[in-house]
Design a protein around this ligand. Structure first.
Ligand SMILES: [Ca+2]
Length: 201
């Protein structure tokens, strides 16, 4: 069985075009400039909008794409969304040194749980991959990279971008969803959610 393949883009128009040309799964990547202390998403060019929106004078931002209405729009041409992690989990910089190292970093942020984007995307039939998990770069709200990864799997993400695969495998095994993930991998994830008939060509 061939390995799963994905085509991903931070733009929209090319994915809409490809949705009429290929059965390969398409991923709408969703970027941002930064995350604000209150957990809201910071949108500053060139990380504010899909570049084809910039060119076309379309005012919609990356953050607009994760509203309930716009996730339905994305589900019309893509199988998967690939949002940056802070779109899925809200963390707040509240000045508490949670890891006790005497310094305030992103690791210390308070983890407030799901933003709801993951659940809404799933409701629209979209698979969710998020990024990027690394051993050598602190996570928002987590000092331990493996704990951060397990948290996202517990929440129900379907996949992630990771530069340290061994940690990812261990984090996945530790997730409360480990048995379900293993079952889905065994059975194939091609049609976790029914397609909506866009591949009729
Ligand atoms: Ca600290």
């Amino acid at each position: 069985m061939p390995a799963p393949r994905f085509i991903q883009s931070f733009e929209v128009g090319n994915l809409q075009y490809l949705s009429r040309k290929t059965h390969i799964r398409l991923v709408q990547l969703i970027d941002a400039d930064d995350v604000n202390p209150d957990g809201s998403i910071s949108l500053v060019p060139p990380y504010k909008q899909p570049y084809d929106f910039v060119v076309n004078g379309d005012s919609r931002t990356f953050a607009d794409l994760v509203s309930e209405q716009r996730l339905a729009f994305v589900a019309g041409y893509a199988d998967t969304i690939g949002p940056w992690k802070p779109y899925l989990v809200k963390t707040v910089a509240d000045g508490v040194d949670r890891d006790g190292d005497g310094a305030l970093t992103i690791n210390d942020r308070r983890v407030d749980g799901s933003t709801g984007v993951l659940e809404t995307a799933n409701d629209k039939g979209l698979v969710v991959h998020t990024w990027t998990f690394r051993n050598d770069s602190g996570g928002y709200g987590f000092a331990d990279p493996q704990a951060e990864m397990t948290y996202y799997f517990d929440l129900g993400v379907d996949g992630w971008f990771i530069d340290f695969g061994d940690t990812g495998v261990a984090a996945r095994a530790a997730s409360v969803n480990a048995s379900e993930i293993k079952h889905l991998e065994h059975c194939g994830r091609e049609h976790k959610k029914p397609h909506k008939g866009r591949h009729n060509d």
